[in-house]
Design a protein around this ligand. Structure first.
Ligand code: ADP
Ligand code: MN
Length: 345
């Protein structure tokens, strides 16, 4: 996958997630359960009877799922790679140049939630007290029980997984050396690793979340606006969860905001709660063609928000019709609501 590169602004997770050259899509190594979850949610399988009372459906909080990309060694270099989606297919003109024994790899094709952001600041928060699936091995269950017991996963139902942010002046107060990795000296970004989240307690996790928003070039008003926006999103997301029949183990909320002041000026601080504009104008088309080499036909978003909150990572999630809401996840969101109510003051 020549013109694909490793996703640069990643807050956590495994290697192997790729993005295309213009950063519209991401390609995440396929996991069957995650694939099934995206399909079921897009088909509305998890909705309860309480739905349609005006609450936002779960799908609207998730990245748009476009299908599965097959990268096979049997593809010749000028062959099109077919992305299978529900009801329509997307053809990506790619120059796949497989070296002899490259194993075939399948990817989930998803909306890149950072598309259009000039300087994204990203926070990954893992939801849930229980961090293992019923079918996990005994060893994994024990390991995950220990993680939960010793972190805010257990006490609050969520844990900071990681961040990729522009370094700000709160970082020195909150971060110890082992909590982050800095790039080259001219790189304004730092990667905050999982050790920060593991070291947090019920009492001081708020400081770490506050650090995420402490961008040095954003005015106090803009930072406050961000926190208020995320508080509103959490309130709406909480209502969504009460309607949904799902069980999500180690899913995350991904918080993103724009760190480029020029874009705030351009947008005159106008932000949207939900980013539903992705590929909207193409949604009626049967076929969407993307030509990475030419401009113009690539699906365009209409407006890029200044911040967004999305639910990601469904490798251990399933839809459970009739089972009621996901208590394990709801508790974590309640804790986040309390914290955001406090920091948004
Ligand atoms: P893993 O299973 O490896 O934990 P995740 O789905 O949690 O994979 O993704 C890991 C990281 O990749 C996230 O913390 C986030 O920073 C980034 N990421 C995941 N999905 C997207 C997306 N759709 N758009 C942008 N970034 C994403
Ligand atoms: Mn993850």
């Amino acid at each position: 996958m020549e013109q694909y590169q490793e996703l640069e602004h990643k807050a956590a997770g495994h290697d192997g997630t790729l993005t295309d050259t213009d950063g519209t899509l991401i390609f995440k190594p396929l996991n069957q359960r995650e694939f099934a979850f995206y399909q079921s949610v897009q088909n509305g399988v998890e909705h309860s009877e309480r739905q349609d009372q005006g609450d936002i459906p779960l799908e609207s909080w998730m990245p748009v799922f476009l299908g599965v990309l097959n990268e096979g060694k049997n593809l010749s270099s000028d062959e099109k790679v077919t992305v299978i989606t529900d009801g329509s297919s997307v053809h990506l003109d790619t120059k796949v140049t497989p070296a002899g024994d490259v194993p075939s790899q399948k990817y989930l094709v998803l909306q890149n939630l950072l598309a259009g952001f000039n300087k994204p600041n990203v926070l990954d928060i893992k939801l849930g007290k229980v961090l293992y699936d019923s079918d996990a091995s005994d060893a994994k269950k024990l390991r995950m029980q220990e993680v939960s017991k010793t972190t805010t996963s257990g006490s609050l139902g969520f844990r900071i997984c990681g961040m990729k942010i522009q370094r700000n002046s709160r970082c020195n107060d909150v971060l110890k050396d082992e909590h982050f990795e800095a790039g080259a000296s001219d790189d304004e970004y730092i990667f905050v690793n999982k050790l920060l989240g593991r070291s947090r307690t019920k009492e001081d996790v708020k400081d770490a979340i506050d650090m995420f928003f402490a961008h040095d070039s954003l005015s106090v008003e803009r930072r406050r606006q961000l926190k208020v926006m995320f508080l509103k999103r959490l309130q709406l997301f909480f209502n969504t969860l009460l309607d949904e029949n799902v069980r999500m183990i180690s899913s995350s909320l991904l918080f993103v905001y724009e760190g480029d002041v020029a874009r705030w000026d351009e947008e005159q601080d106008a932000d949207t709660i939900l980013n539903e504009s992705f590929m909207q104008e193409d949604s009626s088309d049967e076929e969407v063609e993307t030509h990475p080499d030419s401009t113009g036909s690539t699906p365009q978003k209409t407006a890029v928000p200044l911040s967004s909150m999305s639910l990601i990572d469904f490798a251990h999630s399933r839809v459970t019709p009739g089972a009621g809401y996901d208590e394990n996840v709801v508790e974590g969101v309640e804790s986040l609501l309390e914290i955001f109510t406090d920091i948004a003051k």
